[in-house]
Design a protein. Structure first.
Lengths: 398, 393
């Protein structure tokens, strides 16, 4: 097997390299080598320098593990901020399609030997985000995970247990033994993951190819469930919050308050003027911009047969100080019709409008920098539109 | 109202090619994996030497599609989802969400439940600000005795509050204790004595934090005059909470638009006039003291009664909310957390928009970073206390 010069043991189990014949004559060398091996094992097990790939909630529990009460540092797990100095990557938190290539890159930067702990259900399987368009369903689809620490988030004690299991694994690896894992989830009747893991036999080359290739998303049309509307009238949530002066301004614009169905509708071409008037009236804080996508046949009043597909963009402003009031109005652009950007009146509209453009496809005219905010720039589709299926599979990653 | 005023506003969209035709400036990618980014956040900094000329933030590395997920979940199933948004203050997430449902259902929450919500919110505020102080000290780095000292101290005290929550709800965080019409878990017997003893420990140690930070020469040198955000810009950007109050705007939803039990327990908002990182630290440390005062005033006086309105919910999963739109906002440790709910009468929300305070705070970065050094950029980012879970959702 292999090149003859590289062989050390012959077929009967004897050392065949001539160098060994010399080495074995040195008294005590085998004993010293074994002792040295034990020292190396001891050192490797108890100096697992850790690189926290902390993205979300589990990262906070990781910090708690490293802090006062639990203090996993006493096991030799010093936290290093650079992957090049670390032995263990703890993936703590949800990994999204946008983040996954960076995680892979950081993993590739770690020197061998290296281990990976998947901390928390998001890193293990994607948790309840697993079937959504932007989340990777488990990091073991692209990283070789050694220890899984379940929980949402796992307690610091659970993470500590994970590190102890990893130490067992490292020790076994040094001794050439095989570490026995906990029972396979399939035996515990846990549903099999829909995305093949790295270790699965049915993981195909086509999947690897798809992950390497550029992102591509499916937007299957989802049939909306039937809706029942109760008969009782509902008190108007907006009647109380609308100030009289706002009503006065709206009356100037010839707009009547729409009442319970939502904030008053303002013509698209006049809404910038309204925003300027309100800013002068003391509504100095931009609270939020909320866009909604209404499918044909649906509208703010429920199911309405005459409705065409449209967006509705709601603007919220606030006065400052005691007795603060919220001013709200809505514009209703048809699909594809641009809305004048509010960013020249309120600087904060910049990011808010970018988010609504990204997720819903509302176009804002006059915006200084209308790019995607949340999704990657090469992403296609607008996920918060109602015709975008909620369980659209995540784009390929890596 | 004495507010911070800055005469000239930075242009965040400055064209670097025109500004620097020789292409001598350096582009520095900061994040998304960086210990000081408080999660996964990326900035492209254009540097002239060590001075930032332009900052382009990139968010979305933790975009978990929460709003899309909520559109296919029953109303009572959404509470544990939004827990994960602002994962440093999950209690307040649940409150803002369920208050929106209650508003459209026109549901009266029992007085005991409202008091418990205030109590939890204030305890959560202490825990959240302690975590912020610890991580901010880490951001400032070696100047503060390694930075880890403050971090270790703050986490020691934060654990005391998590223990209190664990006793009520069974979880260290992601509590899922609020629901439509009230709360799920009642206060256990003997809980208030434990609250008092935990608060006594924290109140006795606050002056230590102030010694280590506000009275520390190095801390002052690193934070004073750094990252000044003027009141006008902050309001236009929608910045709220401690950052807005540090710019001199006396605005706190707990006092100005009372929710929960804040109409019965008056709040004294903490303000500062610097508008810089130092002022933000002042406000947050002051808010820890104020929250301790509020919790001490409330914990022994929680009224007796039911913790949930019960009606009209029969089968929780099939709760239907009548069609309409509602916006509800509460004051969380990071500012105004709002929920805009649009219901079409079914058992799923038609649109659920979460208004995260951290997103608005981060949008100030392109305005306040230019002119600062790279090391100050880390301090400024830390002082905004962004939680990427709620920025990206």
């Amino acid at each position: 097997m292999g090149v003859k010069g590289h062989r050390t043991v012959d077929d009967t189990g004897n050392f065949e390299h001539p160098l060994y014949k010399v080495l074995f004559q040195i008294p005590g060398l085998t004993l010293a080598a074994t002792a040295l091996d034990h020292v190396l094992t001891w050192g490797m097990t108890n100096a697992l320098w850790t690189f926290p790939m902390a993205t979300s909630c589990c990262g906070i529990e990781f910090m708690a593990s490293a802090a006062s009460r639990v203090d996993i540092d006493r096991m030799g797990t010093i936290v290093r901020a650079s992957p090049r100095q670390a032995d263990v990557m703890v993936v703590a938190g949800t990994i999204t399609v946008k983040m996954a290539p960076r995680v892979k890159k950081l993993w590739d930067q770690m020197p061998e030997p290296k281990w990976c702990i998947a901390m928390g259900s998001c890193a293990i399987s994607g948790d309840f985000y697993r079937n959504l368009y932007s989340v990777v369903p488990g990091v073991d689809t692209f990283l070789p995970v050694d220890v899984y620490v379940p929980g949402c988030p796992p307690n610091p004690e659970a993470l500590m247990h994970g590190f102890l299991r990893l130490q067992e694994k490292v020790r076994a690896m040094r001794q050439g033994a095989k570490v026995v894992g906990d029972p396979n989830p399939e035996l515990l009747r846990v549903t099999k993951p829909s995305n093949p893991r790295l270790v699965d036999a049915d993981r195909t080359a086509a999947l690897d190819e798809a992950q390497v290739s550029s992102a591509e998303t499916a937007t299957d049309l989802e049939v909306a469930p039937p809706v029942s509307v109760p008969l009782e009238a509902v008190p108007a949530p907006f009647a109380a919050s609308n100030a009289t002066e706002l009503d006065g301004v709206l009356a100037d614009f010839g707009i009547l308050p729409a009442g319970k169905q939502g904030p008053p509708l303002v013509p698209v071409e006049r809404h910038l003027e309204l925003a300027r008037r309100l800013k002068g009236l003391g509504y100095r804080q931009l609270v939020s911009i909320v866009a909604t996508h209404w499918l044909a046949g649906k509208g703010r009043g429920g199911n309405e047969a005459g409705e065409v597909e449209h967006h509705e963009v709601v603007y919220l402003l606030r006065t400052v100080g005691p007795g603060t009031r919220v001013a709200t109005w809505a514009v209703r652009p048809l699909a594809g019709q641009p809305v004048p950007s509010l960013s020249e009146v309120y600087a904060g509209a910049d990011w808010q409008e970018r988010e609504q453009f990204d997720l819903l496809g509302v176009v804002f005219s006059g915006h200084p920098d209308l790019r995607r905010l949340m999704m990657a720039e090469n992403y296609t589709g607008h996920p918060l539109r109602r015709d975008f299926a909620a369980d659209t599979a995540a784009a390929p990653w890596r | 109202m004495r507010t911070v005023q800055v005469t000239r506003r930075v242009d965040p969209h400055v064209n670097i090619d025109r500004y620097d035709p020789e292409a001598e400036l350096m582009l520095l990618h900061f994040g998304p994996q960086h210990p000081s980014t408080h999660g996964v956040f990326r900035m492209d900094l254009t540097l002239d030497g060590e001075i930032v000329v332009k900052a382009v933030p990139h968010v979305g590395f933790l975009h978990r599609a929460v709003e899309k997920l909520c559109e296919s979940l029953a109303y009572v199933q959404i509470t544990p989802i939004v827990d994960k948004n602002d994962y440093v203050a999950p209690m307040t997430n649940e409150q803002a969400l369920n208050m929106a449902f209650e508003k459209l259902l026109n549901l009266e929450v029992p007085r005991r439940a409202r008091w418990m919500r205030s109590l939890f919110a204030e305890l959560q505020r202490i825990a959240s600000h302690l975590l912020w102080l610890g991580t901010f000290a880490l951001d400032l780095g070696g100047a503060l005795g390694g930075g880890s000292t403050v971090f270790i101290y703050c986490f020691r005290e934060r654990e005391l509050i998590l223990d209190l929550f664990e006793e009520v709800t069974g979880a260290r965080f992601h509590y899922n204790t609020h629901t439509i019409g009230g709360n799920r878990h009642d206060l256990p017997a003997g809980w208030s004595a434990k609250v008092h003893s935990a608060l006594n420990v924290i109140a006795g140690r606050i002056h230590e934090y102030e010694e280590m930070t506000l009275h520390n020469k190095i801390f002052v040198a690193r934070t004073k005059g750094v990252g000044v955000l003027d009141a006008d810009l902050a309001l236009e950007l929608g910045v709220s909470g401690p950052i807005l109050r540090a710019s001199g705007v006396d605005h706190d939803l707990r006092r100005d638009a009372p929710f929960h039990a804040y109409d019965e327990v008056p709040v004294r908002p903490v303000t500062a006039t610097g508008g810089d990182c130092f002022a933000r630290a002042q406000v947050r440390l002051g808010e820890i003291r104020e929250s301790i005062r509020l919790v001490r005033a409330m914990v022994d006086n929680v009224p007796v009664g039911s913790i949930n309105s019960g009606k009209p919910i029969k089968v929780p999963v099939q709760t239907k909310i009548p069609p309409g739109q509602a916006y509800v906002a509460i004051e969380t440790p990071r500012g105004e957390l709002g929920t805009y709910l649009i219901s079409d009468g079914s058992q799923f929300p038609y649109r659920l928009k979460i208004r995260p305070p951290s997103l608005h705070a981060l949008s100030a970065l392109p305005y306040i970073l230019p002119g600062a050094t790279v090391s100050d950029a880390v301090a400024i980012l830390g002082s905004l206390d962004p939680i990427m879970g709620e920025v990206d959702r």
